[in-house]
Design a protein around this ligand. Sequence first.
Ligand code: FES
Ligand code: FES
Length: 210
Amino acid sequence: MSDEQPKAGLSRRAFLQGSGIAAAATALPTLAPVADAGPVEQAGNPPNVPAHGPGAVKITLNVNGRDMGTAVEPRVTLLDALRNHLDVTGCKRVCDRGTCGACTVMLDGKPIYSCTMLAIEAQGKPIKTAESLVQGEKLDAVPAAFVRYDAQQCGFCTPGFVVAMKAVLEQNPKATPAEIEKGLQGNICRCGTYEQMRDAIYALCNRKRS
Ligand code: FES
Ligand code: FES
């Protein structure tokens, strides 16, 4: 609420009416140019920042070392662009709101929830999905350890976990127990295979579980 007080001799109603007219007069010059500016300008957009959409726009994503082009509406998430437009389906859509980790991919070496990022924002940075962890018949060490230690049941969460764990080990191949726990924290396994996952990752780090 404003600290401004009615001036002496002015009724509260007259003061409020006067304030409203003044506020409207202040707001109008800001809003008026937006109406003239055409459909691509949005209220509040800083000048020189291009707006996109609302129709499909062409984008290029670097996925697992390959440039892949498609066209998506700007509202499309990285997860949906990967799965529905580029047929990269290792990342899974479960909660679609940044809580379960099934959609985890690496962006520029860091694990992210691809359901919480727009596809157009992910351009220009390398994206790695679970598919990058298998070459032909050969599994990367992380998914291979998951197999060896029986670290999945239904397997639906597994692509997200192996990407998250790969990111941990790329940071530190001999990850500490604290780093391993931090890496596991962003993902949920509804089948409850956490202990087997820990066995797999500790083995990769040559660590004994206490
Ligand atoms: S689907 Fe993205 S965090 Fe659950
Ligand atoms: S193995 Fe089923 S949700 Fe993790």
